[in-house]
Design a protein around this ligand. Structure first.
Ligand SMILES: Cc1cc2nc3c(=O)[nH]c(=O)nc-3n(C[C@H](O)[C@H](O)[C@H](O)COP(=O)(O)OP(=O)(O)OC[C@H]3O[C@@H](n4cnc5c(N)ncnc54)[C@H](O)[C@@H]3O)c2cc1C
Length: 475
């Protein structure tokens, strides 16, 4: 390790010590049905969100926690698998998991690795370095992750606890916890989509951007990418760079979206207080943002536009599709189009039934459609399916009393967006969203134990000073 990195790690330790107040342990062990102490919080997912949440909890003296991820170490999140951009899309100065500790920022790590000059001239953060930084981050804060461990199911357990069924290799076990945080990524409560007209096509001719795609096999082929967000462009560029003969990007709208609404909303007022707004305003804003969808950065567009064999088709929705011997024929309002391979960059959709972790309560998760009826001109069935979360990111019940225990299951993912604005969905919001979640969790833990704190207060008899009393004068 370089001397700069050694010095940075020493700085991190010093910063964490200097800002640790109040560092008194405050949670008492809760025995589980197996007589072992239950966890205070189980965090599922060790992507940037899960790691930052664990860090926030540890700084709040909630240390009886576990973080697990089904991916192997270093493979968490999209960064080294289906993220096909060279650099992050967010500006390099956006801070994230560091939760405002300067020595833990990406910039500090980058400067320690490559020098201050290098940071100054850097345009955007290289994707692979971001993944490396996340691994460094969790090591330096002292966080252990249980990798290769998948959450299968959540159920209520005795004593107000939750029972998480998890699987590592072939061993299935139950972990008891007071609370569970699902930091399980973009598809946490649904899945990546293939547009309806293409769903019957076989995997030989269609893939989603989240799938492992053999781009080498697309050399010399005619490829269609459906969708016009940054991820769609990244996949188009990857196909072009792999030697595809032609890449055609089909944008459903008449004009491609070049405004990035997430840039507008990246200010403290919105990020910190959006969730305090009433349903009318929350729906109005997030419907507008999520209907616009995300814009793409210039570098993403240029990566495609540099190729003469890249073709952008605006106003080209796919209305029907037919599988051919070696490809697919797509019907559009402009006629039919034959491609060798189709990649769908059409994002995720909410569908609680897609996820086994939710199976015991999927039918009772309250959605926005259950809780709020927007005016006619603001309706959206798609967004009505988003979960309607409590102010601590917990699921709420559609029918009260059927699954009351879901008030201890917290969702920190893209699907939290309708209730909270950006949160697990992007780096720009982490420094405000993670503390909000952590405060919600500590509030719940504190309130649940309030009688014990009252007893503890009444039993408290440690004198702060020794007072030498004068003998009482009598008479
Ligand atoms: C291709 C792509 C590029 C992006 N680029 C940017 C960008 O440049 N800037 C930006 O701000 N945002 C970007 N985002 C958005 C966001 O920052 C990322 O999605 C980021 O990965 C979110 O972090 P996360 O920790 O919430 O989820 P993830 O990083 O997806 O981590 C979730 C983890 O949960 C684990 N998991 C899921 N289910 C289970 C289970 N049942 N049991 C155990 N483990 C489970 C997964 O293995 C995964 O490691 C991008 C997103 C994508 C998809």
């Amino acid at each position: 390790m370089s001397s700069a990195l050694i010095a940075l790690e020493a700085q991190v330790r010093a910063d964490l010590t200097k800002t640790a107040h109040p560092d008194v342990p405050w949670l008492k062990s809760t025995p589980g049905p197996d007589a072992k102490p239950a966890l205070d919080v189980l965090v599922v997912g060790a992507g940037q969100s899960g790691v930052a949440i664990a860090f926030g909890l540890m700084r709040s003296q909630v240390t009886n926690i576990a973080v697990l991820d089904r991916a192997e170490q270093g493979q968490e999140g999209p960064w080294l698998s289906y993220a096909r951009m060279h650099t992050l899309r967010s500006p390099k100065h956006y801070t994230g998991p560091d939760l405002d500790i300067p020595s833990l920022t990406y910039q500090s790590w980058h400067e320690a690795r490559f020098g201050h000059e290098h940071w100054q001239t850097l345009g955007l953060i290289p994707r692979k370095l971001w993944a490396e930084y996340l691994l460094w981050f969790r090591r330096v804060i002292g966080l252990t992750v249980r990798n290769g461990c998948e959450l299968l199911e959540i159920a209520p357990a005795e004593g107000g606890l939750l029972a998480a069924t998890v699987k590592s290799v072939d061993v299935v076990e139950t972990i008891y916890a007071r609370k569970i945080v699902l930091a399980t990524g973009q598809e946490a409560v649904g899945d990546w989509t293939i547009p309806e007209p293409l769903r019957h096509l076989s995997a030989a001719v269609v893939a989603r951007t989240s799938d492992p795609i053999d781009f080498e096999a697309l050399r010399g082929k005619k490829v269609v990418v459906i969708g016009a967000g940054a991820t769609a462009f990244d996949n188009a560029a990857t196909a072009l760079e792999a030697g595809a003969a032609d890449v055609h990007l089909f944008c459903r709208r008449s004009e491609i979206q070049v405004i990035q609404p997430y840039r507008w909303l990246t200010f403290r007022g919105f990020l910190r207080h959006f969730a305090d707004l009433d349903d009318v305003w929350r729906w109005r804003f997030m419907r507008a943002v999520l209907e616009m969808r995300e814009g793409f950065p210039q570098a993403t567009y240029d990566r495609c536009a540099n190729f003469a064999n890249f073709h952008l088709h605006e106003g080209w929705p796919v209305e029907a599709a037919q599988e051919l011997v070696n490809g697919a024929e797509l019907q559009t309002p402009h006629g039919s189009f034959v491609a060798d391979f189709v990649i769908c960059g059409t994002g995720t959709q909410i569908d609680f039934s897609e996820r086994s972790e939710l199976r015991n309560f999927a039918g009772n998760i309250a959605t926005w459609a259950n809780r709020y009826q927007p005016p006619q001109d603001e309706r959206s069935d798609r967004l009505g399916r988003y979960p309607y979360l409590a102010d601590d990111y917990a699921f709420t019940e559609r029918v009260p009393g059927q699954t009351p225990w879901i008030s201890d299951v917290h969702l920190f993912a893209f699907a939290s967006t309708m209730s909270f604005g950006p949160s697990g969905s992007s780096i720009n919001a982490m420094t405000t969203a993670v503390p909000k979640l952590v405060h919600g969790i500590t509030r719940g833990l504190f309130r649940a134990d309030i009688e014990r704190y009252w007893d503890s207060f009444n039993a408290y008899d440690e004198p702060q000073a020794i007072v030498a009393r004068q003998p009482k004068i009598t008479g």
